[in-house]
Design a protein around this ligand. Structure first.
Ligand SMILES: Cc1cc2nc3c(=O)[nH]c(=O)nc-3n(C[C@H](O)[C@H](O)[C@H](O)COP(=O)(O)OP(=O)(O)OC[C@H]3O[C@@H](n4cnc5c(N)ncnc54)[C@H](O)[C@@H]3O)c2cc1C
Length: 345
């Protein structure tokens, strides 16, 4: 007879979130990852939990909104259960408004947010407060949203792992699959599915980021010229990320980081002189549809897959964990059709 109710392959944020959601409902879980906790894309440094723009609404945006709104309670419970902080705080975000056209668009989006976010967070055009944290905004305006949050990815994985163990779960580098089986193996899992199929199911997209020593923990994060600038609780600021389809080494950093750093220093006066702490690279799992893949594994009979977090895996993880626990433990399916793994075949 199986000793475990659920076995998860992959100790990234998807595997750990599913494991946690199962363990907190009383299931016996085993997580297997030869690389250890946070060995893949999830062991990084950026951790922007930022919403999609509030327009052209669809299932993916609605799912992400719900996941972002439940994140505070989710991460709080993880911290309480295991005693480690994931570094979560809903500190909001500023984005500079470049020109009159962008200003008109931002105001339309403010109306969209008022309707779609149902008063649970706001998206507003504000006058730039100035100072050395506000990025240069040619119109003098910034977008300020109160939905965006941050966490520290590596610490969030460690916090989840500790919380799972506190509920009696196992996290091991090798072991047997028992009970229901979930594959949350990131970009390697997408590659494996592709080898079993006649066309691309998904691929790895490399990203690099830089961590700086600067304490802006209580300030909003910034989104400037496609860069996320994310202050963490520990007196660091992350700057990310590159998007690289072609790469030789999954975890090597290179001159791309110099470019990220130069852009961040040019955009935010407070960062002009601050020292670098470290650089980091990882590979995001992007499914063919770019949506998460949650549900039955298309090639492993009777098993499940949780993959395809791509650029917003941490933002999606709380709700992805819950809906997968519903599916795996209770057979209840409230996963959007767009996330059916067969959509990427
Ligand atoms: C530079 C960068 C910046 C990012 N910034 C953000 C951000 O700001 N906000 C955000 O929400 N997301 C961000 N992301 C995306 C996010 O990190 C990913 O979506 C998320 O980490 C994916 O989690 P995962 O668990 O699916 O995959 P991974 O974290 O890659 O985990 C997969 C795990 O599976 C293991 N594994 C592989 N094969 C096997 C096997 N056969 N058996 C057992 N285990 C196996 C690996 O060792 C790995 O630990 C960023 C990613 C990168 C690279």
């Amino acid at each position: 007879m199986a000793m475990m109710d659920v076995t998860l392959f992959g100790a990234g944020v998807f595997g750990l979130s599913v494991a946690w959601c199962c363990a907190r409902r009383g299931a016996a879980v085993r997580v297997i990852d030869p690389g250890g906790v946070g060995a893949g894309a999830s062991g990084g440094i950026v951790g922007a939990l930022a919403p999609h723009v509030p327009e052209q609404w669809n299932d993916k945006k609605a799912f992400q909104l719900e996941s972002l709104l439940m994140a505070e309670g989710f991460w709080d419970e993880v911290a309480q259960a295991g005693g480690l902080s994931p570094g979560y705080a809903r500190t909001g975000r500023w984005q500079p408004v470049a020109d009159a056209e962008a200003l008109a668009r931002a105001r339309t989006r403010a109306e969209g947010a008022a309707q779609l976010w149902q008063g649970r967070a706001t998206w507003q055009v504000i006058d730039s407060p100035g100072g050395d944290w506000a990025p240069a905004a040619p119109t003098g305006h910034l977008i300020h949203d109160t939905l965006t949050a941050r966490l520290h990815p590596g610490q969030a994985c460690a916090a989840l792992a500790t919380a799972i163990r506190a509920k009696g779960g196992e996290i091991v580098s090798e072991g047997r699959a028992e009970g229901q089986v979930v594959h949350a193996t990131g970009w390697r899992g997408l590659e494996e599915m592709t080898t079993r199929h006649s066309r691309l199911v998904g691929a790895g997209i490399k990203g690099q980021a830089v961590l700086l020593a600067h304490d802006a923990a209580a300030l909003p994060q910034l989104f400037v010229d496609g860069l996320h600038i994310v202050p963490h609780a520990d007196g660091t600021v992350a700057v990310g990320s590159t998007t690289e389809r072609d790469f030789d080494s999954p975890d090597a950093t290179d001159a791309h980081c110099d470019a990220l750093l130069a852009s961040a220093r040019a955009a935010v006066p407070a960062l002009a002189e601050v020292p670098e702490v470290r650089r980091w690279a990882g590979v995001r799992p992007r499914s063919r549809t770019r949506a998460p893949m949650l549900g039955r594994h298309p090639f492993r009979h009777g098993e499940f897959v949780a993959n395809g977090g791509f650029k917003i895996g941490f933002g999606m993880a709380p709700l992805a964990g819950e809906v997968m626990a519903d599916r795996v433990l209770e057979g209840r399916d409230r996963i959007p059709a767009a996330f059916d793994p067969r959509a990427s075949l």
